[in-house]
Design a protein around this ligand. Structure first.
Ligand code: AHR
Length: 506
């Protein structure tokens, strides 16, 4: 039996709600069909946004949405996506499937979507093929209240009031699809571009995100930080609020993008290999975080993991450029484990955006015409939603076993614990074992007997269990009853291959 010791006298960092963020790119059926069907669609919508999808995302408490890419962002020219729809430019989405992009979803539609979702906004600007002027005019168009060419244009296009943009990404993957730049060159570009992300008087300050590393490119992190911070201190204020990190879990051949493995057909060995690769996230956070500590010991700059998740082969028969994949219990475990890791590192990780929201990569939902299903990953985000904004509590798992073997060995149980402002404690756990359930004795440094379970849920099933349009509820969040009160706390029995959430109150 493992023992989870919770120090309920030690509140650590606040878990930024943005850790539970999402990403939507003009890629495959994420924006078009997934989120936006247009005002004239027979699929029920409000101003073109699918009602079923918006409702489910609100229920999941989506905190922030990143848009318009991804690689698409560094090819996106925002002026193509404003004004009367019939006059908007059509183009070929060369990155993703070579399909026609008619720009019917643009700036106004994105902010309308976020208004309906009630979430924060994260707009990724074009550095790779754009200009400083184009970027600064976009910020002016979105946020400026007074009289100016861009504010006037926005008003002409039917939106009198400015919107709030909470986060701006200054380029995406500029080491690759965003311009193939060297770190020092990008960092100089970053310094220049970010200067013109204006915070207009009276507005919510825009937080600026600098393009960070691909996976374990520590050289990128160091060079970018060095170049950005090679400056006099008075200029440093507001230079950078976040540094991004992108890491995808490829189940089968590491680094070979031609063969990633099936989303639904895999062996037990590949299951553990996938989890082990997901667990690599912790090492990445520690190592990039250590470099950031040298320049920013007070942790003012967030590590923003704005692309993460499992990336498998596409579903057979679908456009390879659309990145449409299924999601199984394996995805649920990677999500549960990774979100626990993010919570535990919330002193540095301030945002994370799983890729991508709908119909692309590790999505929380899939659609087919008017049908919509929730994936096992949705269940996990829903179960973990109470961590958002909570205080991370110090916790330690003793006598935890391991699963997998050899290079695929990893801890059996992952956990994180937070307390909200009403004193309710949320504990989330994964049991990574395919074979055995696991008892976890939860105890507290103070007043353990005073707590009792007020809510508990579980998502569990075979490793490859997944939902389809024919059988939409094979894997879903269910009430959890596998707990009992013990002296000083609670005993929880985690089923094999499960993610569990237990909430306690005094
Ligand atoms: O999420 C799909 C793609 O992966 C994004 O466009 C890009 O940023 C990353 O390489």
């Amino acid at each position: 039996m493992a023992k989870l010791v919770i120090n309920n006298e030690c509140k650590k960092s606040t878990i930024a709600p943005e850790i539970y963020g999402h990403f939507s790119e003009h890629l495959g059926r994420c924006i078009y069909e997934g989120l936006y069907v247009g005002e004239n669609s027979e699929i029920p919508n409000v101003n073109g946004m699918r009602i079923d999808v918006v409702d489910a995302l609100k229920e999941m408490k989506i905190p922030v949405l990143r848009w318009p890419g991804g690689c698409f962002a560094d090819e996106y020219h925002w002026m193509d996506g404003i004004g009367p729809k019939e006059k908007r430019k059509k183009m070929i989405n060369t990155h993703w499937g070579g399909v026609v992009e008619d720009n019917s979803f643009g700036t106004h539609e994105f902010f309308e979507l976020c208004k309906q979702l009630g979430c924060k906004t994260y707009v990724n600007m074009n550095v790779g093929s754009g200009t400083v002027r184009e970027m600064s005019e976009w910020v002016e168009y979105i946020t400026f209240k007074g009289v100016s060419p861009m504010a006037d244009l926005r008003k002409e296009n039917g939106h009198e009031e400015p919107w709030t943009v909470d986060y701006v990404g200054v380029g995406n993957e500029n080491w690759g699809c965003g311009g193939n730049m060297r770190p020092t060159h990008y960092a100089d570009e970053y310094r220049r571009y970010q200067t013109y992300v204006r915070n207009y008087a009276g507005n919510t300050p825009i937080r600026k995100i600098c393009c960070g590393p691909n996976v374990d490119d520590y050289n990128w992190t160091r060079k970018v930080m060095e170049t950005c911070f090679d400056h006099t201190p008075e200029h440093l204020h507001g230079l950078m609020d976040g540094l991004s990190l992108h890491y995808y879990t490829l189940p089968e051949t590491e680094g070979d993008w031609n063969y990633k493995g099936s989303a639904t057909k895999f062996t037990e060995e590949v299951f553990y290999q996938t989890l082990k690769r997901g667990y690599f996230m912790e090492e990445l956070i520690n190592k990039h975080g250590n470099i950031m500590n040298e320049f920013d010991p007070e942790k003012k700059i967030g590590l923003m993991v704005d692309e993460w998740g499992i990336w498998t082969d596409v579903e057979p028969g679908t456009n390879p450029g659309f990145l449409y994949q299924q999601s199984t219990m394996r995805d649920a475990l990677v999500a549960g484990m990774t979100l626990n890791i993010f919570n535990k590192h919330s002193d540095r990780v301030r945002m994370a955006n799983i890729a991508q929201l709908i119909n692309v990569l590790q999505s929380v939902m899939l659609t087919e015409g008017e049908k919509m299903i929730k994936t096992p990953t949705y269940a996990v985000f829903h179960m973990y939603r109470d961590h958002q904004g909570g205080a991370l509590l110090s916790s330690e798992l003793l006598e935890n076993g391991t699963v997998g073997s050899g290079k695929n060995e990893l801890p059996k149980v992952f956990e994180s614990v937070s307390e909200n402002e009403d004193g309710i404690i949320t504990i989330t756990l994964t049991n990574n074992s395919l074979e055995a359930s696991e008892d976890v004795e939860v105890c507290f440094t103070k007043d353990g007997t005073a707590y009792s379970v007020c809510e508990a849920s579980v998502v569990t099933g075979k490793m490859d269990a997944h939902n389809t349009f024919e059988a939409p509820e094979v894997v879903k969040e269910e009430a959890f009853t596998g707990y009992s009160k013990v002296d000083g706390g609670v005993k929880v029995t985690l089923p094999a291959c499960s993610v569990v959430s237990v909430r306690l109150k005094k």
